[in-house]
Design a protein around this ligand. Sequence first.
Ligand SMILES: [Zn+2]
Length: 450
Amino acid sequence: MVDDKIKVIVEAARDAIAKNLATLVRIPSCTGSEGKAQEYVAAQYRGLGLDLDIWEPDVRELFKKYPDVAQYPSHWEHDLILPYQDLPTFEAWMASGKTDVLNYKGRPNVVGIWKGSGGGKSLILNSHIDTVTIEPASDWRYDPFGAESGDGIMYGRGTSDCKGGIIAAIEAVRCLQSLGIRLRGDVILESVVNEEHAGNGTLACIAKGYVADAVISGEPSDNQIRVGSCGGVYWGITLAGRVLHTKGRWEGDILRGVSAIEKLPVVINALLEMEAEQNTVTVSDVYRGMKPFSITMGRVWGGSYDTASAAACTLRGSVYFGPDVGSVGTVMSEIKKHVAASAGRDPWLREHPPEILFYHHDDAHWMDPGVEIVQVIQQAGEQVLGRKPPVVAGMSANDCRHQANQGKMAAAVFGPGTGNQAHTTNESIRIDDLIHNIEVLAAAICRWSQ
Ligand SMILES: [Zn+2]
């Protein structure tokens, strides 16, 4: 039985697999600096005899083909995010004065194709090479690029998110090749740039025609199958005040000194009302029991002195929303609508309207949990591990949204490592999880593409 052989081969390669992941973790690839790590991935793909395609995403093309979802390129150390009032545009990116650092020079996507003999179903295995920053670096107990191991756990930035997924795809293919298996369908390995704070790497793959009969994303999911994903909108609202000393606040009955800070409740209440309203939306089955809309007021700052009214005050935060709520456009216009309506009832804000800016957005996506790729992963899990990986609703945003919404593909997340580890200091992965993921992945590829 091929499933048993897969297990034997992957278990025997455990140390070599851990070493391969360690080598990749030791090559820093924070968003914007993905080049060196991509060279390593390309060498791995080449070693497997895959057909290679290496190219830098074309920002103009992305905005032209996908004006509703293309984002500004981002870079962990250079003003990560350019704000926008409506959706980002190519013209605004060109005019930003930041194109010399926010671009894809030296940041290629790497795709490797294991050509099938023909007539089988194709499969994309997608993971991102970029990681978030290691800051605050002093909070790490381990070297973030050291890949230190102990008790079956490896520590380092990207171990879970998402280098574990990249290595899992490589090792699953290596395992099948060493068994002499020849598939009928193509297996396409994608190591993409700039998933964090953008998603343009995967979008560029779709723009280049990389579509398949299904996608498995290697985002950390505790070896559960995640279907659907939430969208997100990062927003900021700035209020204006009139600066006066405390003693000048009143001129008879007339209010002269208006602090921007005292107007915050108007905005906060508007946003909370919007959240309550959106949470009356009916959710589809897989999201049953969950609220479809969450708002976080993340940060607030403003003012300069205890005896001076604040000239300005800014509130920043985020919204996460489920696929039943609608698109990014819906959420952006709901925020604008609710804040404008509240401000319209306040004499000062009517004259001095709040300024609303957006910093990042992702659409949600919805997928039927009954699709064939989900069943195939479950069957593979049952055979190889003796248990079906559970199917759960995806709560965070990931590149599957582009594969589903723009690429029209069935895209499920099934990755090693745990999502709670992503973006944290002391990020880690259990080597057992990685090994199990590779085993199930190899068995699933075999079933799908044979
Ligand atoms: Zn990730």
